[in-house]
Design a protein around this ligand. Structure first.
Ligand SMILES: Cc1ncc(COP(=O)(O)O)c(C=O)c1O
Length: 389
């Protein structure tokens, strides 16, 4: 299906070509080369962490972070329930067991109540996790001042999945700096793209060094090919890093465009039965704008279809992990006093992630989106609502 308005297409500034040309001119067309180191330095300076490692994807970044924290077969990992599968698949790569934690209502990120309940249960049942993966979903920061002390209390390391949150902030600090190890994604639809790519970031320089070793097939530092540990081919190429450096040059412009789009959408849906999810903690990069319904006569799915007919790409919000067939047996903690086990669930109307999934959808939010296009999208949605009223 081709669209006239895409959800979040790449947006280039111009210098990307210059950096890529340099990669070609110098013949560094490989997963080594000067743009990789420069890109890592520039991103780590921007985020405010000591060290970074550029990789082929955000998923690869989470995988290496889990390995660094020693996650192995049958270990437990607490994961945010409301997210994209890329957050959780690496847990399965290691044959570990994800335990899903519901969202809180304000940020849609991990609920501190559900997290605390999960830890209490884990302590009583001897199922302490090796790591907790917390997201900054749709570019809105998790409430780190509430979540980090809980993880510290139980001595469990945190992986911040800031895949969607390049440029977002929480209380003056940039997302990507809150985890013991944090990750970013530079997939084609993200705030900055390297066409495909990701990064791990940390103040623990030894951790970054170890992950670099694993990301290049764990080759021992001797003249011949010597391997003592399993490795991966996860290193970003110099060409992709060159694109990323060009994208960084226009990051402030991209963030202000996304902010303007958010404000325009918010205004467009004032005085209607639907509304744009607001950024309650402040500091979001507004990666995707999410339209929410409470008592609307139309469903999110209907609106996605109506927009599709007009060649406009909208998407349902993330389907929670505990609802995925892949995880039908998984343990899940809701944002309240009790937990449920897969299909034995009771009181699902109280489940925040499920409510968000059924009552919201993501609207086109790309940097180049014009006011006219926003007006068109809003008009189609409002017409759809009023004709079903
Ligand atoms: C929340 C989240 N985590 C992880 C990923 C995985 O990143 P990648 O696609 O670069 O592997 C993505 C997106 O793609 C994401 O949105």
């Amino acid at each position: 299906m081709s669209y006239e308005i895409y959800l979040s297409p790449p947006f280039m500034g111009g210098r990307e070509r210059e950096f890529v040309q340099d990669a070609f001119d110098s013949n560094w067309i490989a997963p080594v080369g000067p743009h990789i180191k420069a890109f890592e330095q520039e991103v780590s300076d921007y985020i405010g962490v000591k060290s970074a490692l550029a990789l082929t994807s955000g998923t690869a970044a989470i995988h290496l972070a889990l390995r660094y924290f020693g996650v192995q077969a049958n270990d437990y990992v607490f994961c945010q329930d409301f997210t994209f599968i890329g957050t959780c698949n690496p847990v399965l790569y290691e044959k570990a067991i994800p335990i899903f934690i519901d969202s809180e209502l304000d940020t849609w990120n991990m609920s501190p109540i559900a997290l605390e309940n999960a830890f209490t249960w884990a302590e009583q049942n001897n199922k302490m996790p090796k790591a907790v993966i917390i997201c900054d979903i749709y570019g809105e920061s998790a409430d780190w001042d509430k979540l980090l002390p809980i993880c510290r209390k139980y001595g469990v390391p945190v992986i911040e999945d800031a895949a969607e949150a390049m440029g977002s902030e929480y209380k003056g600090k940039r997302c990507g700096s809150f985890g013991d190890i944090s990750i970013l994604s530079f997939n084609g639809n993200k705030i900055i793209t390297t066409s495909g790519g990701g990064m791990v970031l940390s103040n623990n320089c030894e951790a970054i060094k170890k992950m670099q070793f694993w990301s290049t097939q764990s080759r021992e530092p001797v003249a011949w090919y010597e391997h003592e540990e399993t490795g991966f081919n996860y290193r970003m190429s110099n060409v992709c890093a060159a694109i990323g450096r060009g994208q960084l040059c226009i990051l402030p412009d991209k963030l202000s465009r996304r902010m303007n789009i958010f404000n325009a959408y918010k205004e467009s849906f004032e005085d209607t039965p639907v509304y744009i999810k607001s950024d309650l903690l402040g500091g979001s990069n507004h990666w995707l704008n999410v339209l929410c319904f409470e008592d609307s006569p139309v469903s999110a799915g209907q609106i996605v279809e109506v927009l599709k007919e007009a060649k406009i790409e909208a998407r349902p919000s993330w389907k929670p992990m505990h609802m995925q067939p892949l995880f039908s047996e998984a343990t899940f903690f809701m944002d309240e006093e009790r937990f449920i086990n897969g299909k034995d669930a009771i009181g699902l109307e109280n489940c925040i992630s499920e409510r968000v999934f059924t009552k919201s959808l993501c609207l086109p939010s790309g940097d180049a989106l014009t006011r006219e296009e926003i007006n068109l999208i809003a008009t189609i949605i409002k017409d759809c609502i009023s004709s079903n009223d």
